[in-house]
Design a protein around this ligand. Structure first.
Ligand code: ZN
Length: 393
């Protein structure tokens, strides 16, 4: 830290030097950066690395770098997409070309995916619920397409949205789109296993889809050498068995006329007592556990999954990006009513309204990954370091 001259008060601690030849490259919080003014009156500050004497803009590596469009406009377009307005709708509202909106969406999703990876790792959870949502069903319900048409489309390109979430913190661990196959189940479980801490083995709850067991055993299994039955002779072949700490239960719901008729459960790995013990910590029973699930408003927030079949059929181009955007927006920006905390002391508001009593809490805050509600602008401006840093955000 420089000791000469006027005290520096622009915080550069979340930035890093991008110069590949610099000893400080990619590391944050070393005090090697000095903030300058805004060159040519532009919106972004110039930063100077005092180790290698290189200048760069604070927007380097983000969606805003090298864009002529106003920052406000880009943020609002992305916010509109995150709130579930489709690409075309957003383009009409802001009088922007749809291709521009798609381009911004693709760039934002790429950046937010990196942001999510930067923050979402070594997560510790007690439960994971895995679920697939059929992406065409709501369209059938709305009468936009006939059921026969939907089934025909399903045959051609079945679209399922796969979601893995922690029902306690409501954190969405993984979200993906694809067919209802073993390969997809494995991909989703692999993604979840990457996000969780290496020694974290939560209770897995799924519906009755049988391929989950294979997918879970791929990650949470081990080779065991069975003992030799006779004193002589060859050793029996080693067997792949579930890890002793793996808990897996299936909850099969029967829905008739949109009403829940019956809930059946099946403990696949582990014991019923162990499963009930994990659920009891949240005051749940195995029968009610899956009703506490996914009330996440995915259908409202992802246009392609929700109302518009045409959006979906136009191709997967935007869908995967919309899902990434939704996952990050939901985890970091949207406070969840059931997670809010009572403030020790009510905070008076500036107006005549009643005092504020609750502290808003997002899933990422509930999971202990961050300490505040992020705004979309904050996330889009965040320069994601190229490698993991010792301290989190
Ligand atoms: Zn440098």
């Amino acid at each position: 830290m420089p000791t000469r001259g006027r005290r520096r008060h622009v915080d550069t601690s979340s930035h890093f030097c991008p110069n590949p030849d610099c000893a400080y490259r990619g590391w944050v919080g070393w005090g090697n950066l000095r903030a300058n003014g805004h060159p040519n009156g532009g919106p972004w500050r110039q930063l100077l690395c005092i180790a290698c004497r290189r200048y760069f803009l604070e927007s380097l590596g983000t969606l805003f770098h090298g864009k002529c469009a106003a920052v406000d406009l880009i943020v609002r377009v992305i916010a509109c997409l995150a709130e579930g307005l489709g690409i075309r709708g957003t383009a009409r509202v802001f009088e922007v070309d749809p291709n521009t909106v798609l381009q911004w969406l693709v760039e934002a999703a790429e950046q937010l995916r990196a942001f999510s990876q930067h923050v979402l790792h070594d997560v510790r959870v007690r439960q994971v619920q895995l679920d697939e949502l059929f992406a065409l069903l709501s369209a059938v319900k709305d009468g936009a397409v006939s059921e026969a048409e939907a089934i025909e489309r399903l045959e051609r390109s079945p679209q399922w949205v796969w979601v893995a979430m922690d029902p306690e913190s409501k954190l969405v661990l993984a979200i993906d789109v694809g067919a209802r196959t073993l390969a997809m189940a494995q991909r989703v479980v692999h993604h979840v296993a990457q996000v969780l801490a290496p020694d974290c083995a939560p209770l897995f709850l799924t519906d009755g889809f049988k391929e989950y067991l294979t997918a879970l055993l791929t990650h949470y299994g081990q080779w065991v050498q069975p003992p030799r039955r006779l004193a002589t002779g060859s050793m029996p072949k080693p067997r792949w068995v579930p890890l002793p700490q793996l808990l897996y239960a299936q909850v099969v719901k029967t829905v008739r006329r949109r009403r829940l008729v019956r809930v059946q459960h099946r403990v696949v790995c582990g014991t019923l007592e162990a499963v009930q013990q994990v659920l009891a910590a949240c005051g749940w029973q195995i029968n009610t556990a899956f009703i506490e699930r996914l009330n996440l408003s995915l259908r409202q927030h992802v246009a392609a999954v929700g109302r518009r079949v045409t959006t979906l059929c136009k191709g997967e181009a935007g869908l995967r990006q919309e899902l990434t955007l939704y996952q990050v927006y939901y985890n970091f920006c949207l406070p969840h009513t059931s997670l809010r905390l009572l403030l020790p002391q009510p905070v008076p508001t500036h107006g005549t309204g009643s005092a504020k009593q609750w502290r808003p809490c997002t899933p990422a805050m509930a999971a202990g990954l961050t300490d505040h509600v992020w705004t979309l602008r904050e996330m889009l401006q965040f320069r994601v370091p190229p490698w993991p840093q010792p301290a989190g955000v």
